[in-house]
Design a protein around this ligand. Structure first.
Ligand SMILES: Cc1cc2nc3c(=O)[nH]c(=O)nc-3n(C[C@H](O)[C@H](O)[C@H](O)COP(=O)(O)OP(=O)(O)OC[C@H]3O[C@@H](n4cnc5c(N)ncnc54)[C@H](O)[C@@H]3O)c2cc1C
Length: 485
């Protein structure tokens, strides 16, 4: 089947009954429920872009097995050109959602593409798992399915070492094996996009390492979201049911985050990719290099987000008439630096990309992984800069309804600036508030702080991969000069 349209995506969600719970209510149809429908519409719009004649070549490629045009984020890149093409595609999607839907379907597509390229890895001890992986990748590519993922086990306490403290009371584990597959029980976080996905993938974070004795938790599998026993518990929706004017981002890009409960769920054998092998689970992301590919998707999202915040900040200062003031320029320049460093890292990662041992073209490790570390602190600062630039204007935010009220003449007169009508000013600042202040905006900041693991773990990851010898050797060489001179 060729790349899906938005309508086909929506139909897929409607036709697969699943257990989605939100504020005590089981949601019958996520495509019409007010808490989720607008997010579903945006994902549908992303799928529709694949059929826009002007974008078709940017968004799709020819399937190597069927000859159909399929989504380009499924490509297993073999050349630098293919890597760049994939980024162009991902950037189209990221810009469509202003970088506000981090878990758009390309996130999981690039992960499974990397795994399929390195499928032999999964078959090292169980050859059938490599075949399962290849078949599953082809299945999601040819059916253009949307995946969510939940990697983190809930813990009832914490160890000082950072090794996850896993117990059968909370963590997802294998209860037993049957002829049909494995039965799993427990809970996982945090399935972003869960209610809007067709399938859920369960594996382990690339950084948090499992230890000996964790084999019941060492799992990698994928099943339909509607599999009996799978239950999604949503947080409150940040789509408050208001107009695009009132909440321009929240009313469009609610991707939702869920805890997932697995109540003795049967995972068929053909959907199991790793079972009980702690060494393999710990090695998966690095050995297959899937982490670099998901970072490539994340970097495209980061760039779209930088562009959004910078553009909003520039317009804010123009609107308020303070763009030329030194303190505004200082803050704007910080946003420019973040934007250009992000762009440069992407370019460096693609320019220095190399074929790995699986014959897959991989973005260079350091520049692409650093985009994750960078954004954990850069994005919260970017939101803070908007607050600093906007100040009290964030509290002068009449709603769309106020413009129809008896106070409309006063609003129109007193809230206008030299460069903007009251309506344009308020519309812009409501957008800025949805980035820097609203519940939707606060969740985005939290997302960027944590979605790629906690900051300490990520800092240690960069330490572990950085080629320190070169830096040390340079200093040693300098210190040795004293003796010569
Ligand atoms: C909005 C959002 C969306 C997300 N989406 C997804 C998703 O789609 N799929 C998915 O799988 N995951 C997702 N995540 C989860 C994300 O992967 C985790 O949040 C991340 O790995 C950190 O784990 P944690 O939240 O359990 O933090 P914790 O491990 O609880 O860490 C909390 C804080 O405690 C500190 N800390 C942790 N352990 C220790 C220790 N032993 N000693 C001292 N300090 C410690 C950390 O540094 C951190 O500051 C999402 C998270 C957020 C916030």
């Amino acid at each position: 089947m060729p790349a899906r349209t938005g309508q086909e995506y929506m139909k897929g969600l409607q036709e697969q009954p699943r257990e989605i719970w939100l504020r005590g209510e089981r949601i019958a149809d996520v495509t019409t429920h007010p808490a989720l429908a607008n997010g579903a519409r945006t994902i549908a719009a992303l799928y529709d872009m694949q059929h826009d004649p002007a974008l078709r070549d940017d968004m799709t490629y020819v399937s190597p097995t069927t000859g159909d045009r399929v989504g380009l984020s499924f490509i297993i890149p073999r050349t630098k050109e293919e890597l760049e093409r994939r980024r162009v595609m991902m950037l189209h999607w990221a810009r469509r959602s202003c970088g506000m839907m981090g878990r758009s379907p390309d996130f999981m597509n690039v992960t499974f593409a990397a795994w399929a390229g390195a499928a032999e890895f999964f078959g090292r001890n169980r050859p059938e798992f490599a075949e399962n992986l290849r078949r599953y990748y082809e299945y999601i590519r040819e059916n253009d399915l949307t995946l969510t993922h939940s990697l983190i086990n809930l813990q009832r306490n914490r160890t000082v070492t950072g090794v996850p403290s896993l117990s059968h009371e909370a963590a997802l584990h294998v209860v037993r094996e049957t002829d049909a597959g494995i039965i799993v029980r427990g809970a996982r976080i945090l399935a972003t996009l869960g209610p809007l996905s067709d399938e859920i993938a369960v594996y382990s974070p690339r950084l948090s390492q499992m230890a000996e004795g964790h084999s019941p938790y060492a799992l990698n599998f994928a099943i339909p979201c509607g599999t009996p026993g799978v239950k999604f518990l949503c947080r409150e929706s940040f789509d408050l049911g208001r107009s695009h004017f009132d909440h321009p981002l929240g009313s469009r890009f609610e991707e939702m985050d869920c805890v997932v409960f697995f109540d003795d769920v049967l995972v068929p054998w053909e959907r199991v990719f790793t079972l009980g092998d702690v060494g393999m689970i710990n090695a998966t992301a690095h050995t297959t290099h899937s982490t670099r590919h998901s970072a490539h998707q994340g970097a495209a999202k980061n760039l779209a987000k930088c562009e959004l915040v910078l553009g909003v900040a520039l317009l804010m200062t123009q609107t308020l008439g303070n763009a030329h003031l030194p303190h505004s320029e200082e803050r704007l320049s910080e946003l420019m630096v973040h934007t250009e460093v992000m762009r440069a890292c992407i370019r460096a990662a693609e320019a220095d990309a190399a074929l790995d041992e699986w014959g897959v073209m991989c973005p260079a490790a350091l520049p692409i992984e650093i985009t994750r570390n960078l954004f954990m602190t850069a994005y919260p600062r970017m939101a803070e800069i908007l607050q600093l630039l906007g100040s009290s204007s964030f509290m002068i935010l009449p709603s769309e309804a106020d413009f129809q009220s008896p106070l409309a003449p006063e609003i129109e007169q007193y809230l206008a600036t030299d460069t903007a009508s009251a309506r344009d000013r308020v519309k812009l600042f409501r957008l800025a508030w949805d980035i820097a202040g609203s519940a939707f905006g606060s969740r985005q900041v939290l997302y960027e702080r944590f979605f790629a693991s906690d900051p300490l773990t990520r800092a240690r990851a960069i330490n572990a991969m950085y080629p320190k010898e070169e830096a040390v050797a340079r200093i040693q060489e300098f210190l040795a000069r004293d003796n010569e001179e």
